[in-house]
Design a binder for this molecule. Structure first.
Ligand code: MN
Length: 248
């Protein structure tokens, strides 16, 4: 099995090293990741400048672009084969609920999925890499399962693992995405020249976080596994919008 790995934290992140180490137990691994932290890059492609790929001392490839660039470049030209699986992460921090809209970790996996390759995004739900081994263990469990029984059609899975000791992890639960509260207000401050600058504030807390959601599962000590899709069509709104457009 040929596995392509990327992330959004950068090629130097402990999370991507841990994921690559697990993946090597299952096949031939190529790692290509951004040269710097691109968390929050979402699905952006770099179209206004060329991209260069360099090789780090440990053999990882790194690129001066986004997570999506990494997977796109790898699958559409850099690799001489189409990978069997794209993995992303292990992200330094949760990607649950609305986070998935902004996440570069999810985007890297999504790019693989868009290009017809099954893909899994992994995130450790608390920043700081503590208990990274718990997330690596979940990755190993899912890869073992995948090798035994590959998906019948490409799927996109989003996995979040609580940052607890492995023996405290209760297992893996299939979930849907929850919702977050509106983001915290932007942080307004001044630069050294007295000009007003803004920092994007932190994400809001969990809002729709009841049983069945990723937030709930992780809070209760489970790894959450949410299958994602890309079609943004609001099927439930087709009728109402048609009525609205055609009303007298
Ligand atoms: Mn990140």
């Amino acid at each position: 099995m040929r596995i392509l790995i990327s992330n959004d934290d950068g090629y130097f992140s402990p999370g991507i090293e841990a994921l690559a180490e697990v993946a090597r137990e299952f096949g031939e691994v190529t790692v290509i990741a951004p040269e710097r932290d691109r968390s929050g890059a979402s699905n952006s492609l770099t179209l206004d400048r060329p991209l260069s790929v360099r090789v780090a001392a440990n053999g990882f490839l790194y690129l001066n672009g986004t997570p999506t660039d990494c997977v796109h470049v790898a699958v559409t030209g850099l690799l001489d084969h189409k990978p069997d699986l794209v993995l992303s992460g292990i992200n330094d921090g949760a990607n649950m609920g609305d986070d998935t809209i902004y996440s570069g970790t999810v985007a890297a996996a999504m790019e693989g999925y868009l290009l017809g390759v099954p893909a899994i995004a992994f995130s450790l739900a608390r920043r700081g890499h503590e208990n990274l081994g718990t997330a690596a263990g979940v990755a190993r469990q899912l890869l073992r399962r995948y090798v035994a029984a590959p998906f019948p059609a490409p799927m996109l899975l989003n996995v979040n693992v609580p940052a607890i000791a492995p023996e405290r992890l209760r297992g893996i639960q299939i979930t849907r995405l929850g919702r977050r509260h509106m983001a915290e207000p932007v942080v307004r401050t001044q630069n050294p020249r007295g000009e007003t600058i803004y920092w994007i504030g932190p994400a809001g807390g969990a809002k729709e976080a009841g049983p069945g959601t990723d937030f709930y599962a992780v809070e209760q000590g489970w790894a959450s596994l949410t299958p994602l899709d890309i079609d943004l069509t609001a099927a439930h709104a087709l009728g109402p919008v048609r009525d609205w457009l055609n009303a007298e």
